[in-house]
Design a protein around this ligand. Sequence first.
Ligand code: NAG
Ligand code: NAG
Length: 298
Amino acid sequence: MIFTSIFTALVAASAVVAVPVVAVNQKRAAPTDLDILQYALTLEHLENAFYSGALSQFDAAAFEAAGYKSWVRERFQQIANHEASHVEFLSGALGDAATKACTYSFPYTDPKSFAALSAVLEGVGVAAYLGAAQFITNPAYLTAAGAILTVETRHVAWVQSAVMTNAAWSGAFETPLDLNNVYSLAAPFITSCPDSNPTLPVQAFPALTTTGSMPTPGGPVTFSFNSTSAGDRPLFAAFFMGLQTKFVPLDDSMTATVPAEAIGTVYAVISTNDTAVTDDSTVAGPAIFEFRLPEGAA
Ligand SMILES: *[C@@H]1O[C@H](CO)[C@@H](O)[C@H](O)[C@H]1NC(C)=O
Ligand SMILES: *[C@@H]1O[C@H](CO)[C@@H](O)[C@H](O)[C@H]1NC(C)=O
């Protein structure tokens, strides 16, 4: 049901994606290059399953029935091939230690809901590589990760613009997300994993959803989350927009004002700190907002 609500939100012009809570691992130490490779492979396995599953389910006729030209499915097939190559590449680098594919559950029901979720997943993939880059110490790995990151960015630009008729970008700067925030967004799609898979030094935060009508930039947004970690401390919504984080106080009804300058894909978490977001200060999240650029800006 949560997935249905994710999908419903995704297809709206201005949408919020919510994810449920998942199992929590130990608090993490600084990730090593090996951790980052396993983390990247974990995400690539997910993307690979996402595309191969959708394309085996929806044939050319299904895409045509959804109103897409034939090249749309053909290019999704190319993206699927890229994700399979990324899995092969990272698995080759990790050898026997490579984390294996899990089983997954994705909420797409037709080519349109698949395309909408593709735009979000690719965006999170880009944010993941960008956020993890600071931990890579081996220059060769950094170049390889960059070579994947830039192609994932082309994917999201193509899906957003050619398929979704949104702008291809959010602004002058892409938004990095840290490991736990990415894992919080990815984990709800993971049903189960082989016991032999290495444990990643990541944990998922409690889910963050919004209630009421779709928020707009400069307008109110009311958040909903289940967390006891905040106690009585004042809470803030931290909006991640490019390289900036904008903090907005939450009132007693968990309502905050969306920054007026929010545009494109914006992520938000609830934080007990109004100057810095850390794993310790994060109470719930992320939620994903898609604020369309004004008509004609796309
Ligand atoms: C909070 O918990 C309630 C009761 O279990 C549940 O119905 C609701 O969906 C949860 N909210 C979030 C944002 O996870
Ligand atoms: C918020 O984070 C900053 C920077 O890490 C820190 O100096 C400050 O003490 C924190 N404030 C609270 C209320 O925890």
